[in-house]
Design a protein around this ligand. Sequence first.
Ligand code: GLN
Length: 316
Amino acid sequence: MMKSEEVMRILENAIRIGKGVIRYGSVASYIPELAKADKNKLGICLYTIDGNQFETGNTEDRFTIQSISKVMALCLALETFGAEFVFEHVGVEPSGEAFNSLVELDNRSNRPFNPMINSGAITVASLLVNHYSIEDMQKYMQDVCEDPEIAVDEAVFQSEMATCARNKAIAYLLKSKEIIDTDVEDSVTFYTKMCSMSVNARDLAMFGLLLANDGVQLSTGKRLISSQTVRMVQTIMLTCGMYDGSGEFALRTGIPTKSGVGGGLLSVSKKKMGIGIYGPSLDKKGNCIAGCELLGYISEALHLHIFDTREWKVEE
Ligand code: GLN
């Protein structure tokens, strides 16, 4: 049994450890609007399965969800079309390449490696765009995060649309290989809009909690996502969620996690908690530098590694 004060002490330590590495990273600048973020911000929120909330730092600051939307999009696609159909279009192997690479897609494959990199997520978006409006996607995000305020950040959306030549190149390559059959512009617009939804660390923690609780919303007892989808999505987060840093991160923390270049991290600890982190200073691979560091510490302190067999429970 761990006391609540002990958990708070661990979180405060974690923030201190995270702050120590912020200066070694930098904010994303390839989307000009993201360069305006304050790199010193850092916040973490934990929602536990037994109904506790622990948080410290900048947990109310809003930022764009970016690649973490790939997890929601994958959930929605799996629930709508079924796994067989989705994985005919996108694989489940780590790519070992940067998130926006198209090299491996062009040279080695007729399917994007996985849905957590841009080529895979644009493919998923091309499946969704036939069935859903961006408002449907927004509503889905609002539901799974339990936050009706989630909306497109227009400034970030416009900024990325003006500079997304590479994502368009990926989408045209996908089209030329007949992996996507929808309009390229529509698919990229849908993808960029879902990346531009603004969230905070609490929203990510709430979505993490939903996944940690097998897809059942804790507050209502309602099932929002099937067990099968939750299992598949977490597996892919663990193996591919941190791009070409996924293996090292998994070894170190053992927590299925997805990053976004807006500075967010979504982490899931099965039957224990959801974790949301905000810290816009990124490492070379585009992952929140402070978040990766502090999750290593938290994983050890709270026994969150997926293969850790030690018990964990908070005492009031
Ligand atoms: N919208 C961003 C892009 O496509 C998302 C990338 C990310 O978060 N890694 O480049």
